[in-house]
Design a protein around this ligand. Structure first.
Ligand code: AQP
Length: 349
């Protein structure tokens, strides 16, 4: 996390910076996969971009959800953005459902997106299998909503974990199709590019090193949540899956847990890969686990303290989200109008 406050952007800087858009679903506790794969990178890169970070609550209902906790979970994710170091001098934070253009553009894009493109999406296949007969149309349509999120803001870059790369590719296909069919030689929508860091791009489950860490895994032992207290982190690392081999090394495909845990240690302790490799090459798990525990607790503790401060003042968070909505809405509505014009709609009088 930055230690000194960076200087606010000048108007010229804002105008010339590339735009970034990304988001997290309020589907449960934010875990270190979301943090290391996404939010940490948003924070690290935010000074060079004009950033829009939303809490994607419309995505959250594509799987069964609890109406009693949706609003609170949405606020919690927004507060975590701030606690993790998102800086309002560089970034706008808002809630997806507060800007109705997201739903409107999704409908328009739905009508130009071939069904088989969506049926091919890996995330749909994986999540649909879990839901069986009850799978909703929203889950199939998730990538089109995600495309609308990105395209409304003319985003140049979309920082995501590896799991979302296919959805960015689909977004680019939708852009090409719409521009080709309705652009009359002009660019109606701008094509975005994924921004994926290699380290932490795919944080794996603590209970199975071949599965990605996920909020929806029924076992809480499979993940470290950003807000887990120290004793819970300690228990989870104590119980996490390892292997019987002595000597811990990166990159052995036969040892997915070893690679994952070393990577977590590297990212949480802030050391280089070489330093971690040298430190751990002769270690056994009994020696390594307390080190990882200590690094994870120390890394997450300042975020947890800041989160407690932010959530103690609800009116502050509300004002952040109100301002965020106003800024987001102005840009999103302009894009929506552009698309409607290209499709031949009469505009409201
Ligand atoms: N395990 C992961 N490793 C690295 N990055 C990850 N991300 C998610 N899991 C990992 C990245 O976090 C961002 C926000 O994800 P999301 O909340 O929109 O949904 P998701 O990708 O579906 O995350 P989960 O935790 O697996 O949630 P559920 O279980 O609800 O589906 C994205 O940038 C994602 O790449």
């Amino acid at each position: 996390m930055p230690t000194t406050a960076p200087a606010p952007l000048t108007t010229l800087e804002v105008m010339t910076k590339q735009r970034v858009l990304s988001g997290v679903q309020p589907t449960g506790n934010l875990h270190i996969g979301n943090y290391l794969g996404a939010i940490r990178n948003w924070v690290a890169g935010q000074a060079q971009y004009d950033n829009f970070f939303c809490v994607v609550d419309l995505h959250a209902i594509t799987v069964p959800h609890n109406p009693a906790t949706l609003a609170a979970d949405t606020y919690a994710i927004a507060a975590l953005y701030l606690a993790c170091g998102i800086d309002l001098d560089y970034s706008t934070i808002f809630v997806q459902s507060h800007v109705s253009a997201h739903s409107e553009l999704t409908w328009l894009l739905n009508c130009i997106t071939p069904l088989n493109w969506l049926e091919d999406m890996i995330q749909f296949k994986e999540k649909a299998v879990k839901q069986g007969q009850n799978v909703g149309v929203g889950l199939l349509d998730y990538p089109v909503l995600m495309a609308a999120d990105i395209l409304l803001y003319d985003a140049d870059k979309v920082p995501v974990g590896e799991d979302q790369k296919q959805h960015i590719e689909l977004t680019r296909d939708i852009v090409d199709r719409l521009n080709h069919q309705y652009g009359q030689g002009e660019t109606v929508l701008k094509s975005p590019a994924p921004l994926i860091q290699t380290d932490g791009a795919r944080v794996m489950s603590l209970t199975d090193g071949t599965k990605k860490m996920s909020k929806s895994d029924p076992s809480d032992l499979s993940r470290i949540n950003v807000l887990d207290p120290p004793d819970v982190i300690q228990t989870k690392i104590k119980k996490c899956k390892t292997d019987p081999v002595r000597g811990l090394t990166f990159g052995d495909p036969a040892r997915p847990e070893c690679n994952n845990l070393l990577t977590l240690y590297m990212l949480m302790s802030g050391q280089s890969k070489e330093a971690v490799a040298a430190e751990c090459v002769e270690m056994g798990w009994g020696q390594f686990k307390p080190l990882l525990t200590e690094a994870a607790i120390a890394h997450l503790q300042p975020i947890q303290t800041k989160y407690a401060e932010i959530t103690a003042d609800k009116s502050y968070l509300e004002s952040v989200l109100r301002e965020g909505r106003q800024k987001a809405e102005a840009i999103a509505n302009a894009t929506l109008t552009r698309v409607k014009q290209a499709l031949g709609y009469s505009l409201p009088l």
